[in-house]
Structures are given as C-alpha cells and as structure tokens.
Ligand binder design. Structure first.
Ligand code: RUB
Length: 311
C-alpha cells in the first residue's frame, strides 16, 4: 500500500476510530520503511507528514507516528530496522491495550445493568463485550451518532455478539438517561488537564449523565493521552464537509452549515478513565503523559513547518 493511498483511506474515513487510525498508520509506515531505498530519514519524514495531515483530532495518530519516528541507528539499515521494530511494537500496544481495557472496565459493570454508548469505539465496546462474555446480563443503548451514523456499526457489532441492543437518535439521550446505569464512551484525545475529546455529542451526553447521576466512564488507551497539550497546544477539532449534514437543496439556501466532528467534555463530568494500566480519575492525565509517553517528541517544530507543503 502506498502512503498516499493509506492517507486517503484515513481522510475519507474508510479507516476510522482513533485506535484503528493509529494502527493503520503504523502499518503503512512500516510497509513504507521496508521499501525505502535511499535517504531514509528524509523519505520517512515525508511519509509521516502525509499520514499526520489526514485527520487532526485523534492524538493516537500523532503518538503512533511519533513513536515510530523516534527510531535510532547509525546507518540507514539500522534506522530502518528500528523503525520497523517500533511500528510492530505500536501495533501490539493497540491490540493488547484494547483487551486489557476490556478486562479492567468489565469489572466496573454490574450484572443486570444498562449501558449507554455513543459513536463506535473499539475500546468502549471491548468493555461491554467482555462484561457480557463474563456472563453478566447487560443491555446497551447506542446513539446513531449523526452525521456519519457510526452508531449503526455499533449496533451491528453488538448484535453479532448477541447483546440486547437498542438504537436511539442522538437527541433522545436525555429522554432515556434515567434508564441507564452507566455511560461508556471512547476517546480521540485526553488532554493534560483530563478533558476528553470524542465524537460530537459526547459532551451533551456527559451533561445529561451528570444531572441524572449516572457514572460516565471513558475507555482510553494511554496512547490517547496528548503530550502536545502538556506543551500548551490546543486540540484541533476537525470540521468536516457540510454535505455530511444536509442535502444539496438545503446547502444551496443562504445559510451556514457547521459540522464539527468532535467536542470537548471537561474533566468534571468524567468519573473514571479506563486505561490498559488501570482505572484512573481524569486528574491523573498528567502522570500518564509524563510516565507513559515520556519518549522524545520527534521534532514537532520541524514537523509543523514542513506540514505546510502538504496542505
Ligand atoms: C470515532 C470516535 C470514537 C473514538 C474512539 O470518530 O469518536 O469514539 O475514536 O474509538 P470517527 P476507539 O468515526 O470520526 O473516527 O476506541 O476505537 O479508538
């Protein structure tokens, strides 16, 4: 697979979800590293930038690329070996973390309970599926997650497992919230101050859950925590094409259509973040960033400068 082709798949959301995007980018970069014949560093940087410039919000993509691009070695051959090793390590991180989150998170789900989820998060679903496989009687409410309807993926996935599932429109969350025992969602990014960036609509659900005193849990691998926010960078919220929201006859009216793909849930609305190294309060985000993501940050300034060439 060519790098441009991989980038296109991420951009058009053929590959989507923060974990899958990161894993796919790691795989693409590994395949690319195997093929580079000369000027290894220069070509790898170019490829990394093309992948990085696909979707701006999920820090998992940045962390994957940063992990691989921190390769070392005295010769091109040694650097290639290290980059490939790092890509493989990252891919394994994705798979093992998801499973571990399932195990840890499932312990928080009681027998005979109803869980509300939003969008389609592999980490959140890992918790739900693990709890179900443990024999707990659980039921799931899944939101549609307009405009891209990732909720349809969620209900398909859950019903394939035999989990009793109800699909609701996004605006029905408050109507049903008192019937829920937990909210479990995934994460695109967790900031240094413990805020969650996830699919648009997540923060409204958190608000409704807090009012109804329903525990709001986030399933987030440690590579969803953002080292960039430690250095003061703000998370960029991706704004997608208006055509995802309304048909042509509406778009041609003299109106504006806005289509942010993600929103920010402040840490005060989050009860627990389930990571692969344990269930933590959002206030501990700084420690995760410092201890788990403390590897050298691959020349971010240079990365930003040259990113302009690919705009
Ligand atoms: C997906 C989304 C998911 C997170 C977490 O948005 O917001 O909740 O990415 O998913 P999109 P996972 O469909 O726009 O990529 O737990 O699988 O990483």
């Amino acid at each position: 697979m060519e790098i441009e082709e991989a980038a296109k798949k991420i951009k058009n959301m053929e590959v989507r979800g923060a974990a899958n995007i990161a894993k796919f980018a790691a795989l693409a970069l590994k395949e690319f590293a195997l093929k580079v014949e000369s000027n290894f560093d220069e070509k790898m940087k170019k490829a990394a930038l093309i992948l990085l410039n696909t979707r701006p919000t999920a820090v998992s993509l940045f962390n994957a690329i940063n992990y691989i691009m921190s390769y070392k070695g005295e010769t091109d051959e040694k650097r290639r070996e290290d980059a490939i090793k790092r890509a493989e390590e990252f891919i394994e991180w994705v798979d093992t973390a998801r499973e571990k989150i399932g195990e840890i998170g499932a312990k928080r789900i009681r027998d005979n309970s109803t869980v509300l989820t939003h969008c389609n998060s592999s980490a959140a679903l890992s918790i739900i599926k693990t709890a179900y496989k443990q024999g707990k009687k659980i039921e799931v409410f899944a939101t549609e997650s307009r405009p891209r309807m990732q909720g349809h993926l969620t209900v398909k996935e859950l019903s394939e497992e035999g989990i009793p599932t109800t699909l609701i429109v996004d605006s029905a969350v408050r109507h049903f919230i008192n019937e829920m025992d937990y909210v479990v969602v995934g994460a695109d990014t967790i900031t240094v101050n413990g805020a969650l960036i996830n699919k648009i609509g997540t923060s409204q659900i958190a608000l409704a859950a807090k009012e109804a005193r329903i525990p709001f849990m986030v399933a987030a691998e440690t590579y969803k925590f953002s080292p960039k926010t430690l250095f003061g960078e703000l998370v960029v919220i991706e704004e997608r094409d208006p055509s995802e929201v309304a048909p042509e006859e509406i778009l041609k009216l003299p109106i504006k259509v806005r289509n942010p793909a993600f929103d920010v849930t402040p840490r005060d609305y989050i009860d627990l973040i389930i990571t692969e190294i344990g269930a933590i309060p959002p206030e501990m985000a700084y420690l995760i960033i410092k201890e788990r993501l403390g590897y050298a940050i691959f020349d971010m300034e240079e990365l930003k400068l040259s990113a302009k060439h690919f705009d």
